[in-house]
Design a protein around this ligand. Sequence first.
Ligand code: BTN
Length: 250
Amino acid sequence: MSSSEATRLGLPRRHFRSVDSTNRVARGLAAAGAAHGTLVTAAAQTAGRGRQGRPWSAAPGTSLLMSLVIRNPSRLLPLMAGVAVAETVEAFDEQLEAQIKWPNDVLVDGRKIAGILVEGRPQENWAVLGIGLNVAIRPDEFPPELRERAATLGLQASEVEDVLQQLLADLEWALASSDAELLMRLDARDHLRGRVISWQGPAGTTSGTASGIDRGGGLEVRLADGTRTVLEAGEVHIGTIVPGANAPGA
Ligand code: BTN
């Protein structure tokens, strides 16, 4: 989709040179009644939030850091955001193939280029869609522990705004798309399909082979005994080990 098409997302907008977390600000605005499409951006965050309570850090000015207020969110919002981010990544470099590691990590060559954090109050019918996308960091600027796992668009800092405008257009398209269309695009970008994965279940670490995304957005997994299960939420790891997990019964 062209970024020149009109979009309802992104207005009004609050931009910070530095803020603790754009998601924290957007949540406050949403709870106070901010309109659908309200956007919070920042050049830097001092307490960026990631999934599973992890921090999210980015060197100032190198990343797109944004949070959008979404009214009446679809249950597929976290997945549709991943599809939109993947489309944006490819719009800026058609050599890149962006894949999605369920539920919504966007990967290039198996390395994470963007993270998505959806937080909300379903009972109040709003969600905040937070996205961090590595735009202008050079690969050698990632901290050593991330160098093997992180990817970047490798653009200039002055291009962060162009990436934002493209992403708003792609999100607008995704929000207007049918579930079937989104799931088809997600399927084509599914990084996990056919891979052995593991996750932390009630009985400890469980493994299986990812076999696709179901109509509700859950991850379908074939277990070793041939049965099938669907993961509705959470985090999975590629391979048979969950980093940091205790062995069952330990
Ligand atoms: C993840 O853990 O993969 C999700 C990371 C989400 C980070 C973004 S950066 C902009 C927005 N504000 C936050 O505090 N978090 C999200």
